[in-house]
Design a protein around this ligand. Sequence first.
Ligand code: GLA
Length: 688
Amino acid sequence: MTERVIEVLAGTTGVVLAVADDGRLHQLGFGSGLAGRTPDFPVGIYPLAYPTFGEEPTREPALRITHADGATSTRLTFASAVVEAHEHGEVHRIALVDRVAPIGVDILLRTWPGYDLLETWVEVVNFGGEPVTLHEAAATAPAFAASSARLTHWGGGWAGEWSETTETLAHGTKVLASAGGVRPSLHLPPVVLLSPDGSATEESGSVGVCTLVWGGDARFAAEVAQHHQGRLIVGHQDRGAERHLDPDDRFETPHALWVWSEAGIGPTSRSLHRFAREQVVRGGTEIRATVANTWEAVGFALDDAGLAAQVDQAAAVGAELFLLDDGWFGSAHPRNDDTTSLGDWGVDRSKLPNGLQPLIDHTLAAGLRFGLWVEPEMVNPVSELYKAHPDWVIAESGRDRREERNQLVLDVLQPEVRRFAADVVSRVLADHPDISYLKWDANRDITEPGSTALAPDRQSHLPVDRVRATWDLMDDVARDHPDVELMLCASGGGRSDLGTLRWFHELWTSDNTDPVDRVRIQWGASHLLPASVVAAHVTHWGLRPVPFGCAVALSGRFGFDLDLVALSDEDRDVCAASAATYRRIRDLVQQGDLHRLASPVGTTRGAWAYRSADGDRAVVFAYRLPDDEPGNQVLALPWLAGKDLWAFDVEDLTPGRPSSAVAPLGAATLSWPDAAPPSASVWLITRR
Ligand code: GLA
């Protein structure tokens, strides 16, 4: 029999599969440089493309099913492969079937060659007459030769988002998983970097980035078996999430995205950023406004005069959007702290006697747009909503309702609850048509994961179905209010995934705004997210010098979150000058190509740059962090090597520094800041 080879190529990223004589599907290659790959050995020697429980008894499976007759092993054989075009590439559907049980498993691969990106997922269908139990179904499970393979991943919990770890994979299985269901990426954003031979740097080596497009818990299992056989199994967290497939049911796994590069990590990030901006994020190619938020400024202490004064100062420093955070609502119980009122979305008249409108009018008159904070998926037990509908929450009958941050999670699987949550937003916007921005927060995990919308024997569907119901809710809101910008937030960066971002314009990266920590947080986030969505606000966290805070915030989606009225004149001038600087550089920061120059992870210096697509302009950020010693002062700009450097000018835009003259660049290097750390430099490089 001639072996059937299936080649799926998306620019530098691809997979080549082949059907063995016995019908099993194997992987001939995964990664880059695969065009024309044919088997050098009998196909059966190559790793399985999608390993199942029972097939490779000593290896991790990607799929585990208990069949209707109780059998627990699955053996998949090839049935068919079809290719269809989509606007940006091709979609391959490779259909496999179990050798005995009436189960179909389709592997789907959508190519995005313009982004070197492969999107992949799996669909499991029960075409028998009895229910089956799907315990695990990964989105992707490529094999790789793991000679000193290294895996980079991030996480760290509230205020510790995006702490970076790179580790050499040892024999065995390393499992990384998020938890809690609502704000999983606080603990583990769903993205990893895999360097099979461990040699990848920013600019060289073979490396793949993989992200799960999923708003719930994710699971990455990196296995190294005998003879350096590696495999990365990526999917939604299956623990506690068994799926019962009734006859004709089809389960589609979350999708995974892969970008592979033979030229180091940099290209994987640039491709993902471009993909995110052009194909995922709402309005992703538009320029985002500079935001002044109230949370770190005044917290729950809201009053008309105080807020109007903040608006005036926000206008004075050059902010473009005033965001009223938590604390504005609670008709029956004033929300003076986080113990009451989620669910009661009327304006708290004890704080704002004439409602929001006077403040909105004042904001618009000052030339700013107005934004508002909501947390539509949550309820405080101390609320009118909970009094009326105690059964609207996620809970298990006869069990405690554990509170976190004094609140419970509304059960959006119940249609009337989902309608209520959508109406919360619609009512606020109908009452205040001048609101053009909402910050959508979600501040607790799920415990006692039960829903009255699911049958008793289907409760384990909640972790997946709740994510989909929440996405439906977000979709309703986005569709009903297409002109309202949405910021995604979950106790900071708890929802940093490219699935949920489809309904949002940007996200709150972390509640930790200490600019020293933010250098590392924003560095980490850049491995998945374009800077256009990485909201970075100047605050007083860490009590760092305001110019340093501005320099760090300028490298993301810039904004303020501090009491602008109480600022010293000197700091206010720095903020105003920084906002003006941002207007000059934000097209580069938000839409340019990221070049990482020096890693702040495990070091005391970090630097990166954003470059225009034509290479004519770039903005460079360099940060020296506490404990940094004066030392090597040379900061290399690799993309300028070999260029006519005298054709470029450089301008020092560092916040707090007297404005400098434009001077010829003359070298493909800059100098690290001289000032004692924490210190920063910001330069704009322009072709003359
Ligand atoms: C969460 C968010 C903060 C702020 C508060 C308000 O913690 O991450 O930015 O909005 O809620 O309660």
